[in-house]
Design a protein around this ligand. Structure first.
Ligand SMILES: Cc1ncc(COP(=O)(O)O)c(C=O)c1O
Ligand SMILES: *[C@@H]1O[C@H](CO)[C@@H](O)[C@H](O)[C@H]1NC(C)=O
Ligand SMILES: *[C@@H]1O[C@H](CO)[C@@H](O)[C@H](O)[C@H]1NC(C)=O
Ligand SMILES: *[C@@H]1O[C@H](CO)[C@@H](O)[C@H](O)[C@H]1NC(C)=O
Ligand SMILES: CC(=O)N[C@H]1CO[C@H](CO)[C@@H](O)[C@@H]1O
Length: 474
C-alpha cells in the first residue's frame, strides 16, 4: 500500500495529544485501540492516514458515505459557507430543493421533512411527533437497540441503559426480542425464515396486548431497518410486513419509526432505504436519517407524513432548531446525493457486497470460528463462535481487530457480546479492497482457528494481542 507525505513540523507529538486529551476531555469518550490509539489526520476515499503518513483501509466509517473528504462535497460546503450560513427562518432554495429531492426517494405519503443536526436529535423529534399524533406515550424498542445519546433516546436504547447501574428501564419503554435468526429466541436451528419473522412479530403483538392490559397505550414502535449495534442483524423476512408487525402497531393506535441513521442512503445496494428489503408494501410512518446524509458534516433529518406533521403543528409551539436545515448543511446533503448517483455507489454496493458475502461464506466453510455471515450490500457482520453451542468468541474477536490494525485495516466489533465483526465502510470501497480484506482475514482466521486456540488465552497468539477497540462503535 502506498504512503502519503504529511507535514509533521507543526504537529503536537502524539503522546502530548493523548495527555491533553486525558486532561481536558471528558472520560468515557472512548478511543479506538486503548493501548496505542490512532492519531488520524487525513482521510481520502476509503483510506485514513495517521501522523506518520501510514495508510489505513477504513471498513467501518459509514458516515464518510461517499468517501472521506470527497471533493464535490467539500466544494459544495465551502462555496455555500463563503456565501451564507444562517437559520431557516429565511427563505432559501437549498432546503426546499433538498427536501423535494429527498422525499422523492420515499413513497408519496412520506412527504414532509424536518432537518436537525444528529441522529439522536432526529429520533428524539420522531418520538415527539409520534406522541403528538397518537396522544399516547409508550414506546416499543428492541433488545440491544441504540437510538442516540439524548435523555429520551437513551431511555429507548437497551444497548446503553442496560450497561448503566442506576438507570432502570422507564415504565413507558417496552423491549421486544432482537429478531435475530442466528442468535435469539427463534433461530434457523428450529424454524424457517418466514416462521421466524412471524414469531418475532407475534412477540411484538404480545407486548402490545400487555401494554393495553396495564392501561397504557403505545405511541411508537422504533426499530433500525437493519440492526447495527445489536450485531449487524438483518430483519427476518416478513417481520415488518403490514399484515404482521406494522399492522399490529397501527391497530393499537401507534406509529412505526424506521431508524435509517446507520443503514440508509443506498448502503444495502438494492434500494435506497433498508426497510425496503422487507417488501414494497412496507412503509413506515416516520423515518429518521443521519450519519451518511452529510458525509461527516452534522446533518440529520426526520421524514414523515403530512398527517403526523400537522398533529405536531397543532400543538401550537414553534419548532426552532438553530442549525437544522441551514444552507451549508443542505448544500452538502445535496452534493452527497449527487455523488451517490454520479458514481453508481448503490450498484457498486451490491457488487462488492455480493463478492464479500460469497467469499466470507467460503471462509466460513474453512474456519470453525466463523458462526454466521450476514448482511446486505456494504453492511456485513461476521459472528464469531468458540463452539457448536455458538458461545461468543469475544477475546478472539478483540484479537482479530488488533491483528487487522497491524495490517492497517480498521474494523470494529459489536453485538450483545462484542463478538461480531462489523463491516460498513465508505461506499467507495472497491473490489481490490474487498479482495485484500478477505485474504487478510483468511490469514488471521488461520492464526486463531485451531482447537488449541479455543482453550488457550489470547495472549499466546502473536505479539499484538489485545489492542482492540475500547468500547463499542455507536
Ligand atoms: C441507529 C442509530 N440511531 C441513532 C444514532 C445517533 O446518532 P448521533 O450519534 O448522530 O446522534 C446512532 C449513532 O450511532 C445510531 O447508530
Ligand atoms: C456497577 O455494577 C457493576 C456490576 O454489578 C459493579 O462492578 C460496579 O462497581 C458498579 N458501578 C457503580 C458506579 O456502581
Ligand atoms: C416454513 O415452515 C412452515 C411450517 O412448517 C411451512 O408451512 C412453510 O411452508 C415453510 N416455508 C418455507 C418457505 O419453507
Ligand atoms: C463502481 O462501478 C463502476 C462501474 O462498474 C466502476 O467503473 C467503478 O470503478 C466502481 N467504483 C468502485 C469504487 O468500485
Ligand atoms: C466505555 C468507557 O469508556 N468506559 C470507561 C468510563 O470511565 C471509567 C472511569 O474512568 C473507565 O473505567 C471505563 O473504562
Amino acid at each position: 500500500m502506498s504512503s502519503t507525505t504529511v507535514n509533521t513540523v507543526e504537529m503536537i507529538p502524539k503522546k502530548e495529544t493523548l495527555r491533553l486529551r486525558n486532561t481536558y476531555i471528558g472520560k468515557n469518550i472512548s478511543l479506538f485501540f486503548k493501548k496505542n490509539p490512532l492519531k488520524i489526520i487525513k482521510g481520502k476515499g476509503q483510506y485514513m492516514y495517521d501522523e506518520e503518513g501510514n495508510q489505513y483501509l477504513d471498513c467501518i466509517n459509514n458516515v464518510a458515505h461517499v468517501g472521506h473528504s470527497h471533493p464535490h462535497v467539500t466544494r459544495a460546503g465551502c462555496e455555500q459557507m463563503s456565501l451564507l450560513s444562517t437559520n431557516c427562518r429565511y427563505l432559501h432554495d437549498n432546503i426546499v430543493l433538498y427536501a423535494k429531492r429527498l422525499t422523492a426517494t420515499f413513497p408519496n405519503k412520506l412527504s414532509v421533512c424536518y432537518f436537525v443536526n444528529s441522529g439522536s436529535e432526529a429520533n428524539d423529534l420522531a418520538i415527539r411527533l409520534a406522541r403528538a399524533y397518537t396522544k399516547h406515550e409508550d414506546v416499543i424498542t428492541i433488545e440491544s437497540a441504540y437510538h442516540g445519546h439524548l435523555t429520551t433516546t437513551m431511555d429507548i436504547s437497551p444497548y446503553k441503559f442496560e450497561k448503566m447501574n442506576n438507570t432502570k428501564k422507564k415504565d413507558w419503554v417496552h423491549v421486544a426480542p432482537l429478531p435475530c435468526s442466528y442468535r435469539g429466541k427463534y433461530t434457523t436451528d428450529s424454524y424457517n425464515e418466514s416462521e421466524i419473522g412471524e414469531l418475532y412479530a407475534q412477540d411484538v403483538q404480545k407486548i402490545l396486548n400487555n401494554v393495553h392490559n396495564n392501561g397504557r397505550n403505545v405511541a411508537a414502535f422504533i426499530i433500525e431497518s437493519m440492526v447495527s449495534c445489536g450485531g449487524q442483524v438483518v430483519l427476518p423476512s416478513g417481520y415488518l410486513r403490514n399484515r404482521k408487525r406494522l399492522r399490529y402497531v397501527r391497530q393499537a393506535g401507534g406509529v412505526c419509526i424506521a431508524d435509517e441513521v446507520q443503514v440508509g442512503f443506498g448502503r444495502v445496494g438494492s434500494s435506497m432505504w433498508a426497510y425496503q428489503l422487507q417488501g414494497n408494501d412496507v412503509v413506515p410512518d416516520i423515518v429518521t436519517l443521519g450519519k451518511p446524509i452529510g458525509n461527516g458534516y452534522p446533518v440529520a433529518a426526520v421524514v414523515t407524513t403530512p398527517e403526523i406533521a400537522d398533529a405536531f403543528a397543532a400543538l401550537g409551539v414553534d419548532y426552532f432548531n438553530t442549525y437544522g436545515g441551514n444552507p451549508v448543511s443542505m448544500a452538502i446533503a445535496n452534493a452527497v446525493l449527487d455523488v451517490i448517483e454520479d458514481e453508481n455507489l448503490m450498484e457498486n454496493a451490491t457488487k462488492i457486497g455480493s463478492y464479500l458475502l460469497t467469499s466470507l461464506e467460503a471462509l466460513k466453510r474453512k474456519f470453525k470460528i466463523i458462526g454466521d455471515i450476514r448482511g446486505k450490500g456494504m453492511f456485513i457482520g461476521i459472528d464469531l463462535i468458540k463452539d457448536a453451542n455458538k458461545t461468543p468468541a469475544i477475546e478472539e474477536a478483540a484479537y482479530i481487530l488488533s491483528r487487522l490494525k497491524d495490517e492497517k485495516i480498521i474494523m470494529s466489533t459489536d453485538g450483545k457480546y462484542d463478538n461480531v465483526l462489523k463491516f460498513k465502510p465508505p461506499m467507495v470501497f472497491d473490489l481490490e479492497n474487498a479482495k485484500h480484506l478477505v485474504s487478510t482475514l483468511e490469514t488471521i482466521f488461520r492464526e486463531v482457528d485451531c482447537d488449541d486456540w479455543i482453550n488457550n488465552s489470547v495472549s499466546s497468539h502473536g505479539s499484538s494481542g489485545g489492542d482492540s477497540l475500547d468500547g463499542s462503535l455507536d
